[in-house]
Write a protein that binds this ligand. Sequence first.
Ligand code: ADP
Length: 363
Amino acid sequence: MDASSRGGLLHRLADLLERERSVLATLESMDTGKPFLHAFFVDLDGSIKTLRYYAGWTDKIHGKTMPVDENFVCFTKHEPVGVCGAIIPWNFPLLMFTWKIAPALACGNTLVIKPAEQTPLTALHVGALIKEAGFPPGVVNILPGFGPTAGAAIASHMNIDKVAFTGSTEVGQLIKAAAAKSNLKRVTLELGGKNPCIVFADSDLQSAVEETQKGSFFNQGQACTAASRVYVEEPVYDEFVRLSVERAKNIAIGDPMEPRTSHGPQIDQHQFDKILELVASGKKEGATLECGGCAVEDRGLFIHPTIFSDVKDHMRIAKEELIFSRRGQRSRLFLFSRVNCYNALHAQAPFGGFKMSGNGREL
Ligand code: ADP
């Protein structure tokens, strides 16, 4: 298909997501428990922008010419990879879906994509929109299913040329091993994170509290970019903790469809149990639980926003995903890297982690 026609199809799909914005935000909220308004403004906005951004790229994928020696004309040409496998998580189901399909389709690939077993609804609805937009049959194949069966089949398939995975570091290791043992398919991994945030004594404390809590509690804390560790300079430590607890206690927990709600339930029993188990480990290892740390009574999988102080780096709550902790220790370690910016996702910018948080880049 001509590059400009591919761009046209991606724009058409973006139009259809705009038309169905309320329906998709409702499905996403019902499926994940995230507040409807967050789904409507954050997830849908990012998904539509991702499709439009990559629609614009289709006819701007250029090779190079090189002045090689002797009498040759030498150039490079970018070719599609072929069939791309994609395996995505449950925290931003539609956004991750568009992050995977848009760049792959822009470059002329086809896809087999597996939504997380907890959250297949928006992917399936967009499947109908992909048909309506006029993509040829077989270009996007949506395969709902469980990880060890459907997901593993993608990672080890001989006719899939690349696998892009977003999820846990443990499963990322399985994916890479399966790719190596099958056909050496290319692998990109976007894995877990435990991101530090640094608050210096001369900062505006109220806004530092706002920003760290937006970074950490957004999406019920279920984001690989969550600011789940905060290092606070000694002189303002106590005041920072006091203001943080005050704010955390006022977070509106409740029905995700209610406009005033900013905090919904955790995704499933497994994550709920994992969080409460980590809270117990934090208490046992000697951190001070400042607020939260327990389920909302009689409310299923809701957990109160949780803050620990007196956290040491060796404690599990300082190392494993999902809990928000504070520690009074001067830190200069991160001064020269990009810091204190969370959940800032843009279709125009690459995204990804270092070391065991992944290889390759999204977008
Ligand atoms: P999370 O902690 O986000 O639930 P997972 O890595 O378990 O992380 O899940 C992310 C995605 O990986 C989901 O779509 C899940 O079905 C899939 N998955 C889980 N196990 C495997 C596996 N063994 N092989 C391939 N995919 C898997």
